[in-house]
Design a protein around this ligand. Structure first.
Ligand SMILES: O=P(O)(O)OC[C@H]1O[C@@H](O)[C@H](O)[C@@H](O)[C@@H]1O
Length: 300
């Protein structure tokens, strides 16, 4: 098992090696973006790439990676909080260079590394709050776990701050054959609707298995925290803690062909299932911390 940290300058630094299993992960310092996760399942031990990265993705730190697992913080989508007005779509975590924190674990059970991000001048110009982020990525034989830890590092007299957070998983799967469940009975907001009014009106999910056969951009609220992503030859389970919502996104040709760094037909090769806290905001007081975590498990 190998976790490789890759800097935005393309230097590669292996930080842990575990020979018992063939799983591997690769993380860019830029955005702390996991750009590869190879793992087998108990029925098919052959390590297989589980994430989609567009062939046209920039991997040189010039823009967020179109694929893998970008980290969305402190705003999801176009900012809606008055305090986030200067942020760009999905915030700054995915387009800043993180620092190596530590190898948290390297043993038979797996490999775990920590990256950190503290405010730099560019971040302070957009979001002037005292914080520290830690991102822990843990690789086990059939599992990848990512955890984001947000700390308010200000003195007790400092104002609290509010944020959203999300793991933007591009799960490699045949998009037109994939189903996501259980989401029946969950309310969602449909971002593909044409008007602001329609986008703000909740819909109720009726499908036992949600498909993305047409352009889909749905924000499920209080979605339950466990999602099965299943297709004829594979299955991945996504389990989330402290991330109450989940976004299901696939642009299909309609929107995908307009994305500059999307390879031709790329939308057929993945589905984004993104656990997050994106309806409303997490608020933390000075000295407080918040953590959100996901576990991706290869089932088939
Ligand atoms: O192009 P970006 O900024 O990486 O965003 C991709 C998509 O990310 C999803 O999470 C959003 O719900 C979509 O609205 C958005 O289009």
């Amino acid at each position: 098992m190998v976790v490789t940290m890759t800097s935005w300058l393309w230097e590669r630094m292996p930080v842990g090696e575990h020979k018992a299993a063939g799983a591997s992960a690769e993380i860019l310092y830029y955005g702390a973006t996991v750009i590869s996760w190879k793992a087998g399942s108990s029925t098919n031990p052959q390590p297989t790439e589980r994430l989609f990265v567009s062939g046209k993705a920039a991997l040189d730190g010039s823009k967020p990676v179109r694929g893998g697992i970008p980290v969305v913080f402190p705003a999801f989508g176009a900012p809606t909080h008055p305090d986030h007005a200067k942020l760009s779509q999905h915030g700054f975590a995915r387009n800043n260079v993180w620092a190596f924190g530590a190898t948290v674990m390297d043993n038979e059970a797996g490999v775990s590394v920590k990256l950190t991000l503290a405010p730099n001048d560019a971040i302070k110009a957009q979001f002037d709050h005292p914080f520290e982020l830690e991102y822990v990525v843990t690789l086990a034989e059939h599992q990848l776990t990512t955890g984001l830890h947000v700390k308010h590092t200000g003195l007790s007299t400092t104002a609290p701050f509010e944020f959203q957070a999300l793991f933007h998983n591009y799960i490699r799967a045949p998009a037109n054959d994939v189903r996501i469940s259980p989401l029946a009975g969950v309310s969602y907001y449909d971002k593909t609707e044409a008007t602001e009014e329609a986008r703000a009106a909740p819909k109720l999910e009726a499908r036992a298995g949600v498909d993305v056969n047409k352009f889909t951009d749905s924000v499920y609220e209080d979605a339950g925290g466990r999602y099965d992503v299943v297709w004829p030859s594979g299955a991945i389970e996504v389990r989330a803690t402290n991330l109450k919502d989940v976004v299901v996104w696939n642009p299909q040709q309609e929107a995908g062909s307009k994305i500059g760094d999307m390879e031709a037909g790329g939308w057929e090769k993945y589905v984004c299932v993104e656990p997050g806290y994106v309806r409303g905001f997490v608020k933390i007081e000075p000295g407080q911390a918040w953590s959100g975590q996901q576990v991706l498990s290869v089932k088939v």
